[in-house]
Design a binder for this molecule. Structure first.
Ligand SMILES: *Cc1c(COP(=O)(O)O)cnc(C)c1O
Length: 210
């Protein structure tokens, strides 16, 4: 996986060190996660707060370099728990959640780094702010709530070429001064690297089918 990422970065004229791997461990048994951890992988993605706590809660103490990223939707009533567990939350997508995260960060004295999720395909069933609303939402999250938004995340529509969605996300990030792009999954992480991903979220290609 690492060598394919390095190759994809080089062929796009990018520094391979500028692309990080988020190993998506959701719904995977520990037997397949342990060897990846042992091989030196330190950034893991989870889509549920409870599952992340159960799996990583105690290990975090022994493994301070571990970085946990929430890549699934977050309900406001779990915001405080999520702020306690995750180093990065990639699914900020609405004002109510921005408020809940700001309150939780204040209460816990701990603020995860944040990504705004953008629904680049404008799919009704999918989370994320719509592209035309992204600039205003990013500004509000930063200015009204003081949140450390450092990047954007997207999940392109199934069955469509992902490239245009990655390009759109990169555009929105650039015009808002955001440097981090979480995009690309097992099927399209090499394409995402070509379009400027700074982290790719890879699950099944790394751990096997869920
Ligand atoms: C599950 C998931 C992934 C990983 O998907 P794979 O296709 O298994 O690599 C990446 N991003 C998000 C948001 C996910 O929910």
């Amino acid at each position: 996986m690492r060598s394919r990422m390095v190759e994809a970065a080089r062929s796009a004229g990018r520094d391979p060190a500028s692309v990080a791997l988020t190993a998506v461990s959701k719904q995977q048994p520990w037997e397949v996660i342990a060897p990846v951890l042992a091989a030196g992988q330190r950034v893991f993605g989870e889509n549920r707060v409870q599952e992340a706590k159960a799996r990583w809660g105690e290990l975090r103490l022994a493994q301070p370099a571990l970085e946990l990223r929430l890549i699934g939707p977050l309900q406001t009533n779990k915001a405080k728990e999520a702020v306690g567990v995750f180093d990065v939350i990639e699914t900020l997508d609405r004002e109510k959640l921005a408020r809940a995260l700001a309150e939780a960060a204040g209460a816990l004295g701990r603020t995860p780094r944040l990504y705004v999720e953008v629904n680049t395909g404008e799919e009704p069933q999918k989370a994320g702010v719509l592209p035309p609303e992204a600039d205003a939402f990013i500004a509000r999250a930063r200015d009204a709530y003081g949140l450390p938004v450092e990047g954007l995340m997207c999940i392109p529509p199934q069955g469509e070429a992902a490239g245009p969605h990655f390009a759109l996300l990169a555009d929105i990030a650039a015009r808002n001064g955001l440097t981090q792009l979480s995009m690309g999954m097992s099927a399209d992480y090499e394409t995402a690297i070509r379009f400027g991903a700074t982290s790719v979220r890879v699950g099944s290609a790394l751990f096997g089918a869920r």
